[in-house]
Design a protein around this ligand. Structure first.
Ligand code: HEC
Length: 249
């Protein structure tokens, strides 16, 4: 009996510890209300813009080791009428690191250099939206604000003391934080309007959403087929049921 009681207590303590650990990990996320990401992973034009933005603005620091250029190009629709990947389009627009489209989307940054320059190696982003969710990444890319006390002159409301510079700053412009209301206010417009910047972030998040779960594209297509099949099947099942039961009263 005593042993059972002890075990119950230990189990209870363990559960409390786990809940507390989870809370502290996600504490930052809870503090700020996340904005809903409007990205649609079936929107191929958006995925193509997202891929281009990614290689231009992010890949120098963040690799995507689990994505191959060729597979990605095929999935996001950079193909001819026969569904063959347009190699030259991929090479000139997306693959600046090597000229082999079978390569994975790596970069040349050594982990120890990342550590030296930023104090932390920029993480691989292949699975980022699975770890944080699309809403978190969407809000994060819109939440940088001017903070001269930080090494890069910026801080972030969803990721306090972030070690990443605001690489999209020239597009978005500069925001300041009102410490009382916790609202961000635009003080210096960037090259893009607010709507245009939102679209840029949506496209980037869309591309990251695809990279984290490429099968999502196929699953959505298959889902529609399955629904159509089920509806047709229902008609036959109903007719069959009527046939079997017609003599039973
Ligand atoms: C100059 C290097 C650099 C560039 C370019 C860069 N980042 Fe980062 N990024 C970092 C570093 C360093 C961190 C780690 C921040 C930390 O842990 O404090 C980071 C963190 C992140 C995170 C959070 C990762 C986490 O902990 O979950 C996301 C999301 C992210 N970056 C997205 C992007 C996107 C999207 C782009 C392109 C628009 C981009 N980054 C461009 C350096 C960079």
């Amino acid at each position: 009996m005593l042993v059972l009681k002890m075990m119950k207590r230990i189990l209870g303590l363990l559960i409390i510890c786990m809940v507390m650990a989870c809370q502290s990990v996600y504490a930052n996320t809870e503090a700020v209300k996340l904005q809903k990401s409007p990205n649609q992973v079936c929107d191929k034009a958006s995925l193509q813009r997202g891929a281009r933005l990614y290689v231009n603005y992010c890949q120098s620091c963040h690799a995507m080791r689990y994505v191959r250029y060729k597979t990605m190009a095929h999935d996001i629709g950079i193909v001819d009428e026969e569904d063959k990947v347009l190699e030259d389009v991929v090479k000139t627009n997306l693959n600046f690191i090597s000229d082999n489209i079978f390569d994975s989307m790596n970069n040349g940054m050594l982990p120890k250099d990342g550590q030296k320059w930023f104090g932390i190696t920029p993480p691989d982003l292949t699975l980022e939206t699975r770890v944080r969710g699309t809403d978190w990444v969407y809000t994060y890319l819109k939440s940088f604000y001017v903070d001269p006390t930080k090494p890069w002159g910026v801080n972030n409301t969803v990721f306090p003391s972030v070690a990443m510079p605001h690489v999209l700053g020239e597009l978005q412009g500069e925001y300041v934080l009102d410490p009382k209301t916790h609202q961000l206010t635009l003080v210096k417009p960037g090259k893009l309007s607010v709507e245009e910047y939102n679209q840029v972030v949506t496209d980037l998040v869309n591309f990251l959403d695809y990279s984290a779960e490429p099968i999502k594209l196929k699953r959505q297509k298959m889902g529609i087929g399955v629904m159509i099949f089920l509806v047709i099947f229902l008609v036959f099942a109903y007719l069959l049921k009527r046939e079997y039961w017609k003599d039973v009263h």
